[in-house]
Ligand binder design. Sequence first.
Ligand SMILES: Cc1ncc(COP(=O)(O)O)c(C=O)c1O
Length: 404
Amino acid sequence: MSISQIARSIGESATLKLNEKAAILRAKGDPVIHLGGGEPKSRAPVDAIVAAAALLNSGEVRYTPADGTPEMKAAIIRYTEEFYGRRVSPEMVMASGGAKQAIMSCLHAILNPQEEVIFPAPYWVSYPEMVKLCGAVPVPAPPEDGTFYPRLADITQRVGSYTKAVIINSPNNPSGAMYSAEFIRDVVEFCEKEGLYLIMDDIYHRLIFDGRRPINAYEYAKDLSDQSKLVIINGVSKQYAMTGFRIGWAVANPELIEVMTNIQSHETSGPAGVLQRAAVAAINGVQSGVENLRLTLENNRNVMIEQLKSFDGVKITRPDGTFYCFADFRAYEKDSTKLCNFLLEKVQVVTVPGIEFGMEGYLRLSYCGSIKEITEGVERMKWALDPNSPNELYIGDRKLVRDW
Ligand SMILES: Cc1ncc(COP(=O)(O)O)c(C=O)c1O
């Protein structure tokens, strides 16, 4: 079969593969604990459900404008005003099938083959593949000081004549690190000076802990004209627990939004009307669900950190936000894929290998599930990895015996 070079360069999603493996084990009756998930477990806002159901019930579900319905764009404009303090025009807004499609359309709109996109490591698994889908080159930038907090120099030393854009995701998937306001200011100023696109992936910006406030890149931008190359990405997936609704958006200069919309119009004709209706209702509706989710996640983070602290040899950095913790397991195993498979097979705990996020030897552990899942999951991992563990572990009435 003849497959394109670009398609051949795209790796399969490790997370989806793990989910499949976990589903097979679950179907067999194994008591799988999923610490690999990337979505909150709370229900979607009632406002969203009611609004979507009403449109469905009408039976009048039609094509919408490729860049989103007028109501959807109005909701994004309102959101931008509330959370970024900036009034943008409808021409600066495009709704899409999740933040993922907004980022993808943006990359398609700006990248020529061979051009480069820099992003700090660890990074969201999709960035390298999305850049490669454009025939361009991903350039991960691991912080030189070994932390999860990049400095401007980590970016600037990778900039060359092919560099076209920088992607910043803070708080970060997988580390949970929220970059400092100084770093964001430095990157905004640097990208403006160098004429680089700066894509701010703010999908977790309200899910932050310890009294932190969301950081707004517009505050540091000097150029807010129609030439600005600052792109803000956001969506309803994480903050409103609406991952399956697939609604995200981009806010950028009108010319870029027009090109992105053209691309999107030929690819999907735009996001589904029913789901936009739900997203509008979530954005404009009662907001207490977001704060409840944030509080739950903060508590879950605390529980997971306490659990992991008693794990000799595992190094952790306290996450500032999101629902992920990226822990260093190199003291036990340097190959994160091997470790991940081992934990799934021996104690049925799903984790995600750090190599997928550009850092070998780490595991991403999610704390978006229940406290029971978090405590029991880490307990099982500890039993499997600690050579001083007792020989047997009971999961319900099932007895596990160490054979390794
Ligand atoms: C950093 C980051 N950006 C974007 C997305 C995509 O979000 P959406 O569901 O809106 O496509 C995710 C989802 O996991 C993510 O972690």
